[in-house]
Design a binder for this molecule. Structure first.
Ligand SMILES: [Zn+2]
Length: 260
């Protein structure tokens, strides 16, 4: 892989890109983006995600997992379906998984069961996890320690925690934080928080089609806009864009070892 940015978290397979998915890929490639990592959402998204990955085998790398906001009374059936997708091909990680208490607190018990089961998959398969946490840091930390923090590696995707939460993550050497367009938002404190850790702990991501960086805030996000977040990271750490590219690519390849 030549030197370039890696979008470690995007959902380019969603219908928001049905009209211009290939163009979005061309825009990303021409700008110097080297790879896209595709976390799954639920049992409905698996086929379209794998289609996209199959069409771009050296550029788009899928993960497999069941997202916490897709956990409900049917969780056992959906988790079994997700598990059976592992037999279809190879993946670069287990994701996206986690706990989300922002949208709905009523499935907390089930979300924990599903999250912990997928953490165990990651240990069994020797693959990193992409963790989604919303209003749920204590619960997520609890599950990670229960399953075995020292046996796990992964990323706290779309990290938006405070200093204390960052300190908890830093105690787990296998974990990085994923930074996206939120850091460019005017009201975000994220720059002050992440300066408490080294660039060696940072992965770049878009979370497209969500969370577009300034000046596209509120519009559909796409991998090309990763450069806005990279620029912001350069200014936060006072380093050049070239260094941001080099360091974050190294971090991504170290964590997601089978995308090379
Ligand atoms: Zn996501």
């Amino acid at each position: 892989m030549t030197q370039g940015l890696i979008d470690t978290h995007c959902h380019l397979y969603l219908e928001e890109f049905d009209s211009d998915r290939e163009e979005a890929i061309i825009r990303a490639k021409e700008s110097g983006i080297e790879a896209l990592l595709l976390p799954n959402v639920d049992t409905e998204t698996i086929d379209r995600m794998l289609d996209l990955a199959d069409q771009h085998p050296d550029f788009a790398f899928p993960m497999m997992g069941l997202h916490p906001t897709s956990v409900d009374g049917d969780y056992a059936k959906n988790l079994a379906k997700t598990e059976s997708a592992w037999a279809k091909r190879s993946y670069c990680g287990v994701g996206e998984i986690g706990i989300d208490l922002y949208w709905d607190k009523s499935w907390l018990k089930e979300q924990k069961i599903v999250f912990e089961e997928q953490l165990r998959w990651s240990i069994d398969k020797g693959l990193p996890v992409a963790i989604h946490t919303r209003d749920a840091f204590p619960e997520v930390f609890d599950s990670i320690h229960k399953v075995g923090a020292n046996k796990l590696t992964g990323v706290f995707h779309s990290f938006s925690g405070n200093e204390e939460e960052l300190e908890e993550i830093k105690k787990m050497p296998g974990f990085l934080i994923g930074i996206n367009g939120v850091i460019t938002f005017k009201n975000s404190r994220l720059s002050e928080v992440i300066i408490q850790t080294s660039i060696d702990h940072i992965l770049l991501e878009t979370d497209a089609p969500y969370l577009a960086p300034v000046p596209y805030r509120g519009k559909r996000n796409e991998p090309l806009y990763l450069w806005k977040t990279a620029d912001k990271i350069a200014s936060v750490y006072g380093i050049t864009l070239e260094e941001v590219i080099k360091k974050t690519q190294k971090n991504a390849l170290n964590l997601f070892r089978n995308i090379n």
